[in-house]
Design a protein around this ligand. Structure first.
Ligand code: ADP
Ligand code: MG
Length: 305
């Protein structure tokens, strides 16, 4: 019988980087170590992001939840505002959002205080969520007749941030796939816009409309608003199309686009059905590492000058 150590030695010598699997494993190890070695800087003042793209299914909610979870894991205090009536961000963060749960609707329409409605996500220690329920679907129309209808989220958020005993480092607002009054409220409440772009055909379609709407908001309602961050999602390295999209976006938005690409990953899409972010669901999966790396980039870059 061979000595067990002999077997192990044989195994590890198979683990040189000659096979694709071995290369992938050693790459994952390298990325984990790089992430573990870094302490992320915390911003001096709260950074408020609106995550927007009027296209559905491009990864807004997935990006909101996983970037927020990544930053919370790294020690930041983070609030996610779910502004989509579908409540997908609330689901993924494991917070209650049945029809009778007090929600962002009560804040925007009924003047409830965020402090009374916000919930702690079971995901990470300092991660909070202002949930959305189905009621929010009606808010788009109800807002029309309200006073200061574009400013309602901003007023509530400013008050909440001011009165919070412990400072929040980040707020992420997950928008519905439209450019209606809810999204306008989000743009008015934020300083930064993060745009997820899906690496597929038609990726840039609608982008110029989005950018010109943001410019209008900046001019008339919120002069401090900037598109600080573009994140490329659902990247599949095997397709030329995805690589073409990456190249185009990097050419047009060299300052804003993150170096990290979020890969198409089954683990990322499975996590919400367990009421989890992929960061807690499978923290060492490539998708998870990518979101952690994207979050680290956002933290390192800081507020654009
Ligand atoms: P949006 O909020 O823009 O509508 P979502 O974040 O809900 O988009 O994503 C749309 C769908 O794509 C969801 O089913 C989500 O799980 C899936 N998805 C998002 N990002 C990825 C990814 N990187 N890999 C695989 N599936 C993804
Ligand atoms: Mg969404």
């Amino acid at each position: 019988m061979k000595h067990p150590e002999g077997d192990l030695a044989g195994l590890s010598s198979n683990f040189d980087e000659s096979t694709p699997l071995a290369r992938e494993l050693s790459e994952i190890t390298r990325r984990r170590q790089a992430l573990a070695a870094e302490t992320l800087p915390l911003p001096e003042t709260t950074r408020v992001f609106t995550v927007a793209n009027q296209k559905g299914g491009v990864g807004k909610t997935t990006t909101t939840v996983n970037v927020a979870a990544s930053l919370a894991r790294a020690g930041a205090r983070v609030l996610v505002i779910d502004l989509d009536p579908q409540g997908n961000a609330s689901t993924a963060l494991g917070v209650e959002h049945r029809a009778d749960t007090p929600s962002v609707y009560d804040v925007i329409i009924e003047d409830a205080l965020i402090a009374d409605v916000v919930q702690k996500s079971p995901e990470f220690n300092a991660l909070y969520c202002l949930p959305a329920t189905l009621h929010l679907a009606g808010a788009e129309i109800e807002l029309v007749s309200l006073v200061a209808r574009e400013q309602r989220l901003r007023t509530a958020l400013d008050l909440f941030l001011e009165e919070s005993e412990e400072k929040f480092h980040y707020v992420f607002i997950d928008c519905p796939p439209s450019l209606g009054l809810l999204t306008i409220n989000a743009f008015v409440a934020a300083q930064e816009v993060m745009i997820p772009i899906q690496c597929e055909y038609y990726a840039l379609e609608g982008l110029s409309q989005l950018l010109s709407n943001i410019q209008l908001i900046e001019r008339h309602l919120n002069p401090r608003l900037t598109v600080s961050t573009i994140i490329l999602t659902m990247y599949d390295a095997r397709t030329n199309l995805a690589n073409q999209v990456v190249q185009d976006v990097r050419e047009h938005f060299p300052e804003q686009v993150l170096n990290t690409l979020i890969p198409r990953s089954v683990r990322i899409s499975e996590a919400p059905s367990y009421g989890q972010s992929v960061i807690s669901f499978d923290g060492n999966s490539p998708g998870s590492l990518s979101y952690l790396e994207a979050a680290a980039e956002i933290a390192r870059r800081g507020v654009p000058a």
